[in-house]
Design a protein around this ligand. Structure first.
Ligand SMILES: [Zn+2]
Length: 288
């Protein structure tokens, strides 16, 4: 895709090196998972956007938890040209799945090229136990992603085993979509299974928490071409911002921790994770 090619070549030269600026970071960042449609952003969203732009966030992927959100998310994409979004039903929102929901999601994706993924979808056995019900909502969304050739954004909490088994079974049948394990909190062993299926791994503020040793081990071990960074805001503010509402600008703190863990510069992690996100979601990154 020509546009994607232009994006990657524009991103190829870290500007701090070109400029000879030491310590400053100019590489683009992507918040690959946010929820700024939530009401607690109503009052100050322009200021929030200014902060993410100041922090170098050039693109955001807005996740959707149920179809009623779609018009408001679309309006945010009209307001902020760097925003792309997914459409889908979250595993803790199964009551919003109805007989026509797959068709509603299909039409929303067809209607707007800024829909770049199906999700967030998945399994959550930490907060709920209705596995059968969650599977009944998950499977038709995975089918839809394959049909539309869109990646999926997967929420998986205390459910790595059934999720991996389900995706492996689908891969054997040739019906496993591409996608990302968002807000990763699993072990390196679990991560290896998802990597083998071609999935990306996305790190959130969780990786900054001192006790998140398994997640930190994953950030060290994940191949360079397979990780993203995200905020999942307004949830999970990174260390240093704990107790506050999380916001897209704080993705810089996530990237900073990943850089420390990998022994790389923030510049390098910003560039790598942005390239990966651009590749997965066909994002319209530009240099500023
Ligand atoms: Zn989310």
């Amino acid at each position: 895709m020509a546009a994607e090619q232009a994006v990657l070549s524009a991103m190829a030269v870290p500007r701090s090196e070109a400029d000879g600026v030491v310590g400053a970071h100019h590489a683009p960042l992507v918040d690959s998972h946010c929820h700024i449609v939530f009401r607690n952003f109503d009052a100050d969203l322009d200021a929030v956007a200014q902060r993410w732009r100041d922090a170098g966030v050039q693109a955001l992927v807005h996740a959707c938890v149920e179809p009623a959100e779609i018009p408001a998310i679309r309006a945010l994409a009209d307001r902020f040209p760097e925003l792309r979004y997914s459409v889908g039903v979250h595993p803790l929102d199964t009551e919003h799945w109805a007989a026509d929901t797959q068709q509603v999601l299909r039409e929303a994706a067809h209607a707007d090229p800024r829909v770049v993924a199906i999700g967030e979808l998945g399994l959550d056995l930490f907060r709920d136990t209705n596995l059968e019900e969650q599977l009944a909502v998950l499977q038709p969304q995975l089918d839809l992603a394959c049909e539309l050739e869109l990646p999926v954004i997967i929420h998986c909490r205390d459910a790595a085993e059934p999720m991996l088994a389900l995706l492996q079974e689908r891969a054997e049948r040739g019906v496993c979509p591409r996608g990302v394990m968002h807000c990763w909190g699993g072990t390196p062993e679990e991560m290896a299974g998802f990597l083998e299926l071609g999935f990306f791994i996305s790190f959130s503020g969780v990786v900054t928490f001192p006790k998140a040793e398994a997640t930190q081990a994953c950030a060290r071990q994940v191949p360079a071409d397979r990780y993203l960074v995200e905020t999942d805001c307004p949830f999970l503010a990174p260390t240093g911002h704990r107790g506050k509402r999380n916001e897209p600008a704080f993705v810089a703190a996530v990237a900073g921790t990943v850089a420390e863990l990998r022994g790389e510069s923030l510049e390098q992690v910003a560039l790598t994770s942005s390239r990966n996100a651009a590749a997965l979601f066909s994002l319209p990154l530009h240099t500023v």
